[in-house]
Write a protein that binds this ligand. Structure first.
Ligand code: TPP
Length: 662
């Protein structure tokens, strides 16, 4: 007898059997994995035993081309999408023919042909990706939803709040599913949150929220089907809290000592597979014969898959391939302007112009940022854009950098390009995780590119204090998968902006705020790009090289103009990742004396990397040690007197003299 109540109205027998088969598959796979784990044949396992009805029921309620953002207990999502088991097993075994070329473990991978976007370990970031995918559906007027999973523990993350809030404010058709299994690793729910039900939070976001029995596959299926229709019709998100229980440890090795035994007994009676099976037997929809046939077929699939997985050769590291797969392929050769016509414009207007022409060229380009629509952005870069391109494509965002970066990634998965404006580069810290761990790594991990540009108004010089003046480009140059661009002239700013948007990879685009209105130059009127990764020789010289970027290019040229007795070779890097090593080498060759100059602090700044590279690769060309001139290793102070003292500019003369005297 089934200990649970099932309501089969609305389901025909075929559907009930299909649901049963899909429910049994992950259970049987897991049981086999636990055996292999005990035999030491697999390394780690996160079990979803006892929770399968949620992943399976939800996935089965969707169209097969609707994206799911699953987590570590959601094997049922992968199996219900009919991913071949042999390939899944190769994935877990770290074989080349898995879904991530052996670069990712457990469930941290996705596959676009199955409309699954894999998690990163940090859990919460999955939720905002669903926002981006739903936004793509909304913009294309498609009747589709996206679904994201969270555990009860994950709801404590800021990402949960941000993603739900954005979905509610923008009216996005997203189904957020919480698997409330009572524990986050060893932490019980009462140490995680104090609201009665997690679904109660929905009202605070202005969205619908329901709590259902997550162990009842028919309830889950029906709830998600209805939610799907609701989200599409109303163009709103919904929160579904599924009550369930984790029958095994957080991962197998960690055990379950901290869980009271009675809970296992209580929830054991509510096992989703056993109960559904008993119900179908009671209703004569299943028979023992049929169960045996179904289980035999699944068993065969599992055994064959495992055999194939074990037989697959171990992955062989190929450094060239590893490096190649850090970036999505792109022909970044410069696009030349169609005519020679130029207009003198300020640095900021050149950025605007690059963005505007990109919006005209790429109909799939969406701009997002705080106050960028009617208000035109904190610095007015997008002034007038909303009138020209409409509010769908020029979007004010709530104050939630993390969710917007995640949304940008979701848009990218659906083939959109996006630009996100950080109001100030300093605020990137609250979107850091999504940039470093999702945008930067996703292509390498499983081949999905992140076609996202993040604009970073950066730098000091106006007495704006520690949180509106930082140079934080070095945080990103240390992150493979990102490109870091940093123009210093209006012509470069426009060309590099267009290039950044053309590039299918994530680009951090640094704009020095001091340059916005202080620098004017001739800018081609037409659409053109400056190649990312190529430095510019500002002026050629023979005594001292100054290798620099951003506003420091202007410090260097001003200094050189005032010291005509020394012949300066000035290189504007323009891109900090990847660096143009050949341009650096050529400059070293011309002078033999190198100063690396930047506004960023000394320790850990990109200057250290450049100096190390020169000494390692150009030692014979040097007549003096490479000298770095950088800002103080302190936070940036507010008072102008302190800020001037902080900035590298004040030590430029001293550094140059030291180099010349060497
Ligand atoms: C940002 C972050 N902090 C901590 C962890 C370590 N961690 C992994 S899973 C987990 C518990 C998650 O609990 P819950 O969201 O309830 O999901 P469940 O594992 O119960 O399915 C923790 C603490 C992590 N992966 N990421």
């Amino acid at each position: 007898m089934s200990a649970m109540q099932f309501d089969k109205s609305g389901f025909d027998n075929d559907k009930l059997l299909e649901l049963y088969i899909e429910l049994v598959r992950p259970r049987m796979i897991e049981e086999k994995m636990l055996v292999l784990l005990r035999q030491g044949k697999i390394s780690k396992w996160f079990s979803g035993i006892g929770q399968e009805a949620i992943a399976v029921g939800a996935t089965m309620a969707l169209d097969s081309d609707e994206y799911v953002m699953p987590l570590h207990r959601n094997l049922g999502v992968f199996t219900a999408r009919k991913m071949p088991f042999d390939k899944l097993f190769m994935q877990w075994q770290g074989k080349k023919d898995g879904y991530s070329k052996a670069r990712e473990r457990s469930f941290h991978f996705g596959a676009n042909e199955y409309h699954i976007c894999g998690m990163i370990s940090h859990l919460g970031p999955q939720l905002a990706i669903a926002d981006g995918i739903a936004l793509a559906h909304k913009l294309k007027k498609e009747d589709k939803v996206s679904v994201a999973f969270s555990g009860d523990g994950g709801t404590s993350e800021g990402d949960f709040h941000e993603a739900l809030n954005v979905a509610a404010v923008w009216g996005l058709p997203v189904i957020f599913i919480i698997e409330n299994n009572g524990y986050g690793l060893s932490t019980p729910s009462n140490e995680q949150f104090v609201c009665k039900q997690l679904a109660d939070r929905a009202v605070g976001y202005g969205m619908a929220g329901i709590t259902i029995d997550g162990n009842n596959i028919l309830d889950v299926y029906k709830a998600v089907k209805e939610a799907r229709e609701y989200c599409i019709k109303e163009q709103k998100p919904i929160l579904i809290e599924c009550m369930t229980f984790r029958m095994r440890g957080h991962e197998e090795a960690s055990g379950v000592k901290y869980v009271p035994k009675e809970l296992f007994e209580e929830w054991g009676k509510k096992d989703p597979v056993a109960n559904f099976e008993a119900f179908l037997l009671e209703k004569s929809i299943l028979s023992q014969y049929l169960i045996k046939d179904i289980r035999d077929a699944i068993q065969k699939e599992i055994e064959e898959g495992i055999a194939k997985g074990f037989a697959a050769p171990p992955v062989v590291a190929d450094t060239a391939e590893e490096i190649k797969d850090v970036y999505a392929p792109h022909n970044g050769t410069a696009i030349q302007p169609a005519t020679t016509v130029t207009t003198d414009m300020k640095f900021i207007n050149a950025i605007s112009e690059g963005l505007r022409q990109s919006m005209e060229k790429h109909e799939n380009l969406v701009l997002m940022g705080q106050d960028i629509a009617e208000y035109g952005g904190a610095f007015k870069v997008t002034e007038g854009f909303m009138a020209q391109f409409g509010k769908d494509r020029v979007r004010n965002t709530p104050l939630c950098e993390s969710a917007i970066v995640g949304t940008a990634l979701g848009l990218s998965i659906k083939g959109f390009k996006s630009m996100m404006e950080m109001q100030f580069a300093d605020f990137v810290t609250v979107g850091f995780n999504q940039i470093i761990n999702n945008l930067a790594k996703i292509y390498y991990r499983w081949g999905q590119n992140a076609d996202v540009v993040i604009r970073m108004p950066t730098g000091a010089g106006v007495g704006a204090g520690p949180f509106h003046s930082q140079s934080n480009e070095a945080w990103f140059t240390h992150t493979p998968g990102l490109k870091v661009v940093y123009p210093s002239t209006p012509e470069d700013a426009k060309g590099l902006m267009i290039a950044a948007i053309e590039d299918p990879n994530p680009v951090m685009f640094f704009e020095h705020k001091m340059l916005y209105r202080s620098i004017t130059g001739a800018v081609p009127n037409d659409y053109y790009t400056i190649e990312i990764g190529k430095a510019r020789l500002v002026q050629q010289g023979s005594d001292v090289s100054i290798i620099t970027y951003g506003s420091a290019v202007h410090w260097a040229t001003d200094y050189a103009a005032q010291h005509a007795d020394t012949s300066f070779d000035i290189v504007d890097l323009r891109t900090l990742l990847p660096l143009d090593y050949e341009a650096i080498r050529a400059s070293v060759k011309r002078t033999g004396k190198v100063l690396v100059l930047h506004e960023d602090c000394l320790t850990g700044g990109i200057g250290g990397e450049i100096a190390a590279w020169i000494s390692e690769n150009c030692f014979e060309l040097l007549d003096a040690p490479v000298i770095r001139c950088a800002s103080l290793d302190t936070p940036i102070p507010f008072a102008i007197e302190l800020e001037q003292n902080f900035l590298a500019k004040g030590r430029l003369h001293q550094s140059v003299q030291k180099l010349i005297a060497y």
